[in-house]
Design a protein around this ligand. Structure first.
Ligand SMILES: NC(=O)c1ccc[n+]([C@@H]2O[C@H](COP(=O)([O-])OP(=O)(O)OC[C@H]3O[C@@H](n4cnc5c(N)ncnc54)[C@H](O)[C@@H]3O)[C@@H](O)[C@H]2O)c1
Length: 320
């Protein structure tokens, strides 16, 4: 078993939603140093308030696609482990499909080149359940075919193939984690790249109605962000994960109608909902088979949906 404690760790996209929680989690686990590289496309300084209070947290505002930049940082900070969390949110696919795809591929490419030349030792690469596309069977194990429906998801799937092939050809120290839909504090609440829970909370707090696209019967597997962070840490520590793709999900699918009703109940809202046409390319159903995570990592989510959504909405109500 490898230990996070005592390691120098770089997190790409560490100022984002999951990445910032991961930075906090790594610091709490006793990492010697946590180095965040984020270009602040969607990252926020406020996400790093806790991390910045630690002397062993270092922040670089830079682009994780840039080989020279990352090499210099890795040498200076003596990086041993990299968590690749940087991306541009799925909705970017609808107005800049090329970059939505390329950012995922280019960052993975840079990190693999750096791993190949020995700039660091271990890569924990983050995939997405979106790489699968709509469930052909449910729950979806890691052998489920990949059929991405957006350029974001195609970029995730392409990066996964590249990362996995480098493991196979070069035997590099690599794990691939495939989270399902994350929720929790710090998820982006603003603009066209906002996630559904904070976007709905914001709309309703500002006096708007909940908005549903399509019939609302599309389902997602929601996992609370603290559980994902635990899974990511285990994916480094348990070396049985090397060379594997590992789902991180709750194993339960929840419809968007049920999710929105939960937010309405929390807010005491009984009015009507705004209905819009279904989004093109929306995945219909996603639900994780979590057997591999349990077998290899001993991972099981600890936060149920009711508890998680309450914690999340409590957090947003104070801040938006
Ligand atoms: N949020 C989810 O539900 C979910 C589900 C499955 C997988 N994932 C994956 O988890 C990871 C983190 O997702 P998130 O929800 O925290 O996203 P996020 O958008 O909140 O965070 C991504 C971060 O990457 C940064 N970034 C973008 N381009 C960059 C670049 N070129 N160089 C450096 N930084 C850059 C952004 O500024 C942002 O801070 C991603 O790989 C994502 O695909 C997320």
């Amino acid at each position: 078993m490898a230990a996070i404690a005592g390691k120098n760790i770089l997190v790409t996209g560490g100022a984002g939603f999951i990445g910032s929680h991961l930075c906090d989690g790594l610091l709490a686990e006793g990492a010697a140093k946590v180095v965040c590289v984020d270009n602040f496309f969607l990252g926020k300084m406020e996400n790093l308030e806790d991390a910045l209070s630690h002397d062993n947290f270092v922040l670089y505002r830079d682009d994780a696609r840039n080989f020279g930049v990352l090499l210099a940082i890795m040498e200076k900070e003596e990086i041993e482990v990299v968590y690749n969390m940087a991306t541009i949110a799925l909705n970017y696919s609808f107005f800049n499909p090329f970059d939505a795809y390329m950012v995922n591929v280019e960052i993975a490419n840079t990190l693999l080149e750096l791993l190949k030349v020995g700039a660091y030792r271990t890569l924990v690469h983050t995939s997405s359940s979106e790489a699968y596309g709509t469930a052909l069977y449910s729950p979806m194990d890691e052998n489920h075919p990949t059929d991405p429906t957006t350029p974001y998801a195609a970029g995730k799937a392409a990066a996964d193939l590249m990362v996995h092939s480098f493991y196979k050809v070069l035997g590099l120290d690599i794990s691939i984690v495939r989270p399902f839909n994350n929720y929790g504090p710090r998820q982006n609440a603003q603009g066209s790249l906002a996630a559904i829970i904070p976007a709905t909370a914001r709309r309703m707090k500002e006096g708007g109605k909940p908005m549903v696209e399509g019939d609302g019967e599309q389902t997602r597997d929601f996992i609370y962000v603290a559980d994902t962070v635990r899974g990511l840490i285990l994916a480094y520590e348990k070396e049985e994960s090397r060379g594997k793709i590992i789902n991180l999900g709750s194993g339960k699918d929840i419809s968007i109608n049920t999710l929105l009703q939960g937010i309405c109940d929390y807010m005491g809202y009984t009015g009507d909902w705004e209905r819009r046409p279904a989004r093109t390319s929306d995945v219909r159903n996603l639900c994780a088979d979590s057997k591999r995570a349990k077998e290899l990592l001993g991972f099981e989510p600890q936060t149920g949906f009711e508890e998680g959504i309450k914690k999340t909405l409590d957090w947003y109500m104070k801040r938006i």
